[in-house]
Design a protein around this ligand. Structure first.
Ligand code: NAD
Length: 255
């Protein structure tokens, strides 16, 4: 039986550890028939080591998504491996420590600006950097943590995710005429590196144990990966500007 990504070529950012949502996305994408390429920051060698656990060998390119030179050279580097792309996965988030963990009222603009640049604006810059490879349409998928709410400890990542969600809608608006769909998965909490860097993350995660209609497993990034693969496939052909929750249903529950 052929997979739902058979014949598709996909660039995936954000594989850092096996706990990365992007690692599970890469694994599922290969299992579903895609040819993939990874980008990594700050240590491509670490990503290469983790990538050896994928079903098939994969090339890793260095990419700091806030570095204009890296972005300018990206399409040419990808082209050396894959002639075109059908999909992009943006699985990148970062905020300096003083932008997280309860100091919201005192965070300096410089730290907020870094969070916004790396976590939100980069969805636009990554996508436009790769547009030359997406002449025949395609699918861009990013990851948010529901920005409708003010979460404990999440602080300036909240406004950064709100900006990411709005950026996704504008990308959908501007890229629809090229048949490029832009969507986000709104994932529940997963115990990845990014999550562990948020002081008090377990307090946040505990909300899921108490309120999620479906049982939620903090240690399992695969459901989010499955959502991403579905959005990369041909099975959401007329969906763009959308945010699909893979959060056990918590977003729908009031109290
Ligand atoms: P992760 O730590 O495994 O991945 C985050 C990635 O961002 C890392 O690979 C890191 O290298 C990358 N990154 C940071 N700065 C970068 C830069 N300047 N250039 C390029 N890459 C950079 O954690 P994850 O949980 O898999 O996070 C992936 C995405 O999912 C993020 O957008 C995150 O906000 C989002 N998300 C995570 C959770 C969660 O609870 N873990 C929930 C919802 C959404």
């Amino acid at each position: 039986m052929s997979g739902i990504l058979e014949g598709k070529r996909i660039l995936i950012t954000g594989v850092l550890m096996e706990s990365s949502i992007a690692f599970h996305t890469a694994k599922l994408a290969q299992e579903q028939g895609a040819e993939i390429i990874l980008t990594a920051w700050p240590r491509p060698t670490l990503t290469e080591r983790v990538a050896r656990k994928l079903p098939k060998p994969v090339k890793v390119l260095e990419l700091d998504v806030s570095n204009p030179e890296h972005l300018a050279g990206l399409a040419d580097k990808v082209r050396e491996e894959l002639p075109t792309l059908d999909g992009i996965v943006h699985s990148i988030g970062f905020a300096p420590q003083d932008a997280l963990g309860g100091g919201f009222l005192d965070t300096p603009w410089e730290s907020v600006a870094t969070a916004m640049h790396v976590s939100a604006y980069s969805l636009k810059s990554l996508t436009t950097a790769l547009l030359p490879l997406m002449q025949d349409g395609g699918s861009v998928v990013g990851l948010t943590f529901d920005a409708q709410f003010a979460w404990p400890q999440y602080d300036w990542m909240g406004p950064a995710k709100a900006a990411l969600e709005a950026t996704n809608r504008y990308l959908a608006r501007y890229l629809g005429d090229r048949d490029i769909r832009c969507n986000l998965i709104s994932a529940g909490p997963i115990g990845s590196m990014a999550a562990k860097s948020i002081p008090g993350f377990t307090e946040l995660a505990d909300t899921w144990n108490q309120r999620s209609p479906l049982k939620w497993d903090l240690g399992d990034p695969e459901p989010a990966g499955r959502g991403i693969v579905a959005l990369l496939s041909d099975w959401f052909p007329k969906t763009t500007g959308e945010i699909i929750h893979v959060d056990g249903g918590l977003h729908a529950i009031g109290a």
